[in-house]
Design a protein around this ligand. Structure first.
Ligand code: F6P
Length: 739
C-alpha cells in the first residue's frame, strides 16, 4: 500500500507541475495577445480622437466636443479630452466621476509630450488607459484619453485557470485508477505468485516460473530464484544420497563426497583444468548468440567435477561468438560454480596445432585404425607455441595460489606439464591421456617422440584409461629416452623427479531418474515416425575411429540374414560433424551418408526406413532422450581409449530393458563385460549380436543390463576424479620456489 501511495504521490506531483506550468504559459500568452489587441484598438481610437479634437483645443473652444465623444465613445470605450493643464474639458458620461485615477498618466503624457499607457481602476472597473498628447506645432496643448474596459481580460484568465483545474482533477482520477489497476495486475499479483512459486520451490519441487511474471521486470529475479532452488535441490539430493549411503553402509562416490574429498586433500584451493575443447561455446545463429555444449566425451566427464569442486577451466575459445561474450565466463551461466578462461588462437595456430599435429598426427598415431599419421614441421611448431601459450595463461590464472593443482587433458597438451613445471615448480600437475597409447614401435614413427615424452614426464601423474595403455607408455619411455622405469610402482624416475603412471577408467555421472521411461520411449518413437517394435541407437562424432561404415554394413547384413526383422527394427544414428576441415573427415562424412542412403534405398519399404540418420549436433538432453527410447545401442569403435557413449547409454536404462552392443577394442569393453561384445571388423559377428540382443531371454537381458548399470553407478565419474585426486595428493608437495 505504501508503495502505491508513494507512486501515486510522485505521479500527482509530476502531473501538477506539468499542468500548472503549461496553464501558466497558456494564460500568459493569451493575456499578452488580448492586451496587444486592446492596445491596438486604443491606439487607433486615440489617433482618431486626436484628429477630431486637436483643432478645438488649439482654438480654446469650450463646446463642440460632444460630437467627438458621441462619435468615438462606446459602452466599453470611454473618451476624455484634457487641456494643457491636465484639466478635463469634456468626457463621455460613464467615467465623468472616476477620472482621478488616470490623472498621473495624463500629466505624464502632457509633460513628456508623448503617449502614455497603463491600467487603472475607473468607476469600479479595470480599464486600459491610453493617453495621447494634443499638439500645436509640436507643443503639448492638451490630451486625449481612451479608456477601454479590460475586465474581460481577467474573466478570460480566470476561465483558463478553472479549466486547468478541472483538467487536472480528471487527469488525477484517471492516473490514480490506471496506476492502481496496473500495479495490481502487473506487480501485486505476479509478486504474490512468485512468492507462492518460491515457497513451492523450497519444498524441492522443480516448477517453471509463473507465466505472468514479466521477463523484463522479474526475469533476473526468476533466474536467481531458480538458481537458488537448483542449488538447494542439489544440496538436498546430495545430503539425502549421503544419508542413504551411510545407512546402507556403502561408499559410493557422489558429487558431494568428491567435493569434500578434494577440500580435505587440497584445502579450498581451486582446481585448474586445461583442455583444448571448451565446456561451452557461444555460437552465432542469425542475429542471436546461442550456447552450445560440444560433442566431447572429455567435456561430459569433466563438467561434473568442475560443478562439484569449482575452479578455473582453461580452454580454446573456438565458438564463432566467443570473443563477443569474453575470455572469462562463469559457468554454468545460470548458476556459476567455476570459471571458463578462454585462450584465443589464430587460424594458423589452430590449423597447425589442432587440425595438424594433434588430429592428423597424434590421433591416428595413437588409434590403430590404419590411418597414416601426417607429421609436418610447421604443425609441430604451432603445437609447441600453443602449448606454451596455454602454460602461460595457466600461470597467469594461478598467480595468487600456492601449490596449485593442475589437471591437463589429452593429446593436445603433451608438452604442457613440463612447461607448467618450469613456470610453477610448486604446482602439482596431472595429465590424463584420453586416447589409447600405442606400442613403442608404432609410437616410434613420430619424429618428435623424445620431446613429447619429456613434455609429458614433467607431470607428477599421468593417467590412462587402462593398465594396457600404461604399460605401452612405460615401455615407450624405457625404449626411447633416458630414465628409470620402476615397474613395481609403475613410475618413471628421471633425476629427482618421479612421474607416476596409473590407469583411471573414466566414467559418467550417475543418471537421475526423472521421467517415466516407458512414456519416453513412446513419445520419441512417435516424434521420429517410428512404428517399429525395436529401436536401436548410435551416437558418434563422425570420426574414422568410430567404425560407422562397418556398423552400417552390419545392419544391412542383419536385415539380409533375418528378413523377418525388416519393418520391426529401426536404427537411429546421431552423427555429430567433427573436424570437418580435415579432408579425411569430410570424405568419411560423405561415405557414411552414402552408405545410409544406399541401405535405405535397397531395403527400405513404404513407411519403413531401416536407418534414421540425424547429422547435426545434439545436446545432452536430446541424446539422453534417444538413449532412453532405444532398445539397444551400438558402440562399434575400431579402437577407443574408453568410449563414454557406452556408459552413458547404460546409465540411462532405469528399467534395465536396453542392450549394449560393444566393440571389444574400446577401453569400456574391459569393464562392461555384460555387453554383447563384438569385433567391429567382423560384419557377421555384429549382425548376429544385434539379433541375439533382440531375441535374448528378457530375464537374461535385464540381468545383464542391471549388472552393467551397477558397475557404471559404482565406478562413476566422481570416483574417477576422486581416485585421480587421491593419487595426486599422495605426491609430496613440491617446493615453493618459482621458475
Ligand atoms: O577422447 C578424445 C577427445 O578429446 C574426447 O574428449 C572427445 O570425445 C573427442 O576427442 C573430441 O574431439 P574434438 O574436441 O576434436 O571435437
Amino acid at each position: 500500500m505504501r508503495f502505491l501511495i508513494r507512486l501515486l504521490g510522485a505521479l500527482w506531483l509530476t502531473t501538477l507541475i506539468v499542468s500548472v506550468g503549461f496553464a501558466w504559459y497558456e494564460v500568459h500568452q493569451e493575456r499578452r495577445r488580448l492586451e496587444d489587441d486592446l492596445q491596438r484598438r486604443a491606439t487607433l481610437t486615440a489617433d482618431a480622437v486626436r484628429e477630431a479634437s486637436e483643432r478645438l483645443v488649439i482654438r480654446g473652444a469650450k463646446t463642440g466636443y460632444d460630437r467627438v465623444l458621441a462619435r468615438f465613445g462606446r459602452a466599453d470605450r470611454a473618451i476624455a479630452i484634457y487641456d494643457a493643464f491636465g484639466s478635463v474639458i469634456d468626457t463621455t458620461p460613464e467615467v465623468r466621476k472616476g477620472l482621478g485615477s488616470i490623472s498621473p498618466l495624463v500629466g505624464e503624457a502632457i509633460q513628456k509630450n508623448a503617449p502614455a499607457r497603463g491600467f487603472a481602476s475607473v468607476a469600479g472597473r479595470t480599464k486600459l488607459v491610453y493617453v495621447l498628447p494634443l499638439q500645436d506645432n509640436d507643443r503639448p496643448v492638451g490630451a486625449a484619453a481612451v479608456l477601454i474596459d479590460a475586465e474581460p481580460l481577467d474573466e478570460i484568465e480566470w476561465d483558463l485557470w478553472s479549466r486547468t483545474g478541472v483538467r487536472f482533477g480528471v487527469l488525477m482520477l484517471l492516473v490514480t485508477g490506471t496506476t492502481w489497476l496496473t500495479v495490481r495486475w502487473s506487480v501485486t499479483r505476479p509478486v504474490a505468485r512468485i512468492a507462492e512459486w518460491t515457497r513451492q520451490l523450497k519444498t524441492g519441487r522443480p516448477l517453471a516460473p509463473p507465466p505472468d511474471a514479466d521477463a523484463s521486470l522479474f526475469g533476473s529475479l526468476a533466474t536467481e530464484v531458480t538458481g537458488l532452488a537448483r542449488t538447494l535441490a542439489r544440496v538436498r539430493l546430495a545430503a539425502a544420497e549421503e544419508a542413504r549411503l551411510r545407512l546402507a553402509g556403502e561408499s559410493l562416490w557422489t558429487e558431494e563426497r568428491l567435493k569434500q574429498f578434494v577440500e580435505i586433500r587440497f584445502g579450498e584451493r581451486p582446481i585448474y583444468v586445461v583442455s583444448n575443447r571448451e565446456p561451452l561455446s557461444h555460437v552465432r545463429e542469425g542475429r542471436s548468440i546461442v550456447e552450445v555444449q560440444p560433442a566431447s566425451g572429455l567435456v561430459t566427464a569433466l563438467e561434473p567435477i568442475m560443478l562439484a569442486c569449482g575452479g578455473v577451466w582453461v580452454a580454446h575459445g573456438s565458438g564463432s561468438a566467443d570473443r563477443v561474450v569474453g575470455d572469462r565466463v562463469g559457468l554454468p551461466t545460470r548458476d556459476p560454480t567455476y570459471t571458463l578462461r578462454r585462450v584465443w588462437l589464430d587460424q594458423q595456430e589452430e590449423a597447425g596445432y589442432y587440425y595438424g599435429f594433434a588430429n592428423e598426427g597424434l590421433w591416428p598415431l595413437c588409434h590403430i585404425v590404419h590411418e597414416r599419421p601426417q607429421f609436418r614441421a610447421d604443425d609441430w611448431e604451432q603445437y609447441r607455441r600453443v602449448n606454451q601459450r596455454f602454460a602461460e595463461t595457466l600461470a597467469e590464472e594461478m598467480e595468487k595460489v600456492e601449490h596449485p593443482v593442475v589437471l591437463a587433458q589429452d593429446y593436445h597438451f603433451a608438452l604442457l606439464p613440463q612447461l607448467v613445471k618450469q613456470l610453477r615448480p610448486d604446482a602439482r600437475v596431472a595429465l590424463f591421456w584420453h586416447i589409447p597409447w600405442p606400442n613403442f614401435e608404432a609410437f616410434g614413427i613420430c619424429p618428435w617422440q623424445d620431446e613429447i615424452l619429456l613434455g609429458l614426464l614433467g607431470a607428477d601423474l599421468i593417467g590412462f584409461h587402462t593398465q594396457f595403455h600404461c604399460n605401452n607408455f612405460l615401455e615407450t619411455v624405457e625404449r626411447t629416452i633416458e630414465g628409470r622405469i620402476d615397474w613395481e610402482s609403475f613410475s618413471v624416475v628421471r633425476g629427482r623427479h618421479v612421474t607416476a603412471v596409473r590407469p583411471f577408467p573414466i566414467s559418467v555421472a550417475p543418471a537421475e531418474t526423472d521421467t517415466d521411461l516407458g512414456a519416453d520411449r513412446a513419445t520419441l518413437r512417435k516424434e521420429l515416425g517410428v512404428r517399429a517394435e525395436w529401436l536401436g541407437i548410435g551416437v558418434e562424432r563422425v570420426d574414422y575411429t568410430k567404425g560407422l561404415p562397418e556398423r552400417i554394413r552390419a545392419i544391412r547384413r542383419f536385415f539380409e540374414r533375418w528378413p523377418e526383422m525388416r519393418e520391426r527394427v529401426v536404427f537411429a544414428q546421431i552423427a555429430s560433424p567433427s573436424r570437418t576441415q580435415i579432408p579425411r573427415y569430410r570424405a568419411l562424412q560423405e561415405e557414411v551418408r552414402e552408405a545410409v542412403r544406399a541401405l535405405n534405398e535397397d531395403l527400405g519399404e513404404r513407411g519403413w526406413e531401416p536407418i534414421v540418420y540425424r547429422e547435426r549436433h545434439h545436446d545432452h538432453a536430446e541424446i539422453r532422450r534417444y538413449y532412453r527410447a532405444a532398445d539397444f545401442c551400438m558402440v562399434t569403435s575400431l579402437h577407443d581409449g574408453m568410449n563414454l557413449v557406452a556408459k552413458e547409454y547404460v546409465a540411462a536404462q532405469d528399467d534395465d530393458e536396453g542392450s549394449l552392443i560393444l566393440s571389444r577394442f574400446t577401453g569400456a569393453s574391459r569393464e562392461l563385460r555384460d555387453a554383447w561384445l563384438v569385433n567391429p571388423y567382423d560384419m557377421e559377428d555384429m549382425a548376429a549380436a544385434i539379433h541375439d540382443a533382440l531375441t535374448a531371454d528378457p530375464d537374461e537381458r535385464r540381468s545383464r543390463m542391471s549388472r552393467l548399470r551397477s558397475h557404471v553407478r559404482e565406478y562413476n565419474i566422481y570416483g574417477w576424479a576422486g581416485m585421480l585426486a587421491a593419487e595426486l595428493a599422495r605426491i609430496p608437495q613440491p617446493s615453493l620456489q618459482r621458475g
